[in-house]
Design a protein around this ligand. Structure first.
Ligand code: TRP
Length: 334
């Protein structure tokens, strides 16, 4: 984080199991590249994770794994700030202040809240409802300029902007109003079993989702089972959701254009194509997998990294919290 002129990018990922190929292609892979151009802050959002029931031991394990995975994917803790959300108490502190500048009505309109409440009707907790405020805090604490977001988080970013503006209006300028950052190649990865739905950890069919720590055989097996269509021609076209998805994935991991891919598989069947995609993905992910294994065998190093990350994040965030406390009228005691 050498120069102050660079824009600040912040993003978070929830530590719910290992990342999917969708997370990797849609988000984490791009985070890696952003490190050169921006001051990047990456956070494992463990506080967000407990809005749904978690097994505590599993959450702890998943959080460390997610952190290791972040580094394995190329996030360099010397270039970026990489930390675990609960290690920086400022997130909890700013959350309360921002909650009081957020309207019940606007939270009620969050589509993810509605979807998650339907999914967990027995645990519609207040945290699930106010989660977008926690997320607004994540972003606003660091005066972030840009937030890389997928479509599912766009509404939450919009809320963060509204909350920032409302606070600034009420109390005077404090928060930078963040902009969405849309990566150039907005590759969205769909389920291999239902290519009209996003690839997701919660896919009912385990063959729909590739995890970036899946071994080569598993990856190839899942790709071989991918749902396609009956045309048997590898071409990108409307209505060919399965093939379009496989072509997108293949294009991202090999750098080939759709045109190149169509030529490469001209006259060949889907079987050959699926195998090629599976192999290309497995080869692409191999270095990530081995670096992950190496890091998980060096817990002391991981701890050193996330401790340092939390300290750096804390220093930046504390300035914002202190200013916010002063602005709302809390008494200074230092
Ligand atoms: N809510 C995001 C998700 O579920 C994760 C997240 C938490 C996040 N805090 C953030 C993303 C801040 C961007 C910025 O995927």
């Amino acid at each position: 984080m050498e120069t102050q002129e660079k824009k600040i990018i912040l993003s978070g990922i929830q530590p719910t199991g290992t990342f999917t190929l969708g997370n990797y292609i849609g988000a984490v892979r791009n985070w890696n590249k952003l490190q050169e151009e921006f001051n990047c802050i990456y956070m494992i959002a463990d506080m967000h994770a407990i809005t749904v029931r978690q097994d505590p031991a599993k959450l702890r394990q998943n959080t460390v794994q997610a952190y290791a995975l972040l580094l394995a994917c190329g996030i360099d803790p010397e270039k970026s700030i990489a930390f675990i959300q609960s290690h920086n108490k400022c997130h909890a502190e700013i959350n309360w202040v921002l909650s009081c500048s957020t309207q019940f009505g606007e939270l009620s309109r969050m589509t993810q809240f509605k979807a998650k409440s339907e999914k967990h009707p027995d645990d519609i907790n207040a945290g699930l409802f106010t989660y977008p405020v926690l997320m607004a805090g994540d972003i606003l604490l660091y005066q972030s300029d840009l937030v890389p977001v997928g479509v599912d988080q766009k509404q939450h970013l919009e809320l963060a902007r509204n909350v920032a503006q409302r606070f600034n209006q009420r109390y005077g300028e404090l928060f930078k109003v963040p902009e969405p950052y849309i990566p150039e190649v907005g590759a969205k990865v769909m389920s291999l079993q239902d290519p009209t739905a996003k690839m997701s950890k919660s896919d009912d069919n385990p063959n729909g989702c590739i995890y970036i720590l899946d071994d080569k055989d598993t990856i190839i097996r899942k790709f071989k089972k991918a749902v396609t269509d009956s045309e048997a021609v590898v071409r990108y076209a409307e209505g060919k959701d399965g093939i379009n998805n496989l072509m997108t994935i293949y294009s991202v991991v090999t750098g080939k254009s759709f045109e190149d891919i169509e030529k490469e598989f001209d006259g060949k069947g889907y079987g050959d194509f699926k195998l090629a995609v599976g192999e290309a993905v497995a080869d692409h992910l191999e270095p990530v997998r081995s670096e992950f294994d190496r890091l998980m065998n060096d817990k002391a190093y991981l701890k050193e990294c996330y401790t340092k990350g939390a300290e750096m994040a804390g220093r930046i965030a504390q300035k914002t919290v202190s200013k916010a406390y002063r602005k709302v009228g809390f008494v200074d005691f230092r």
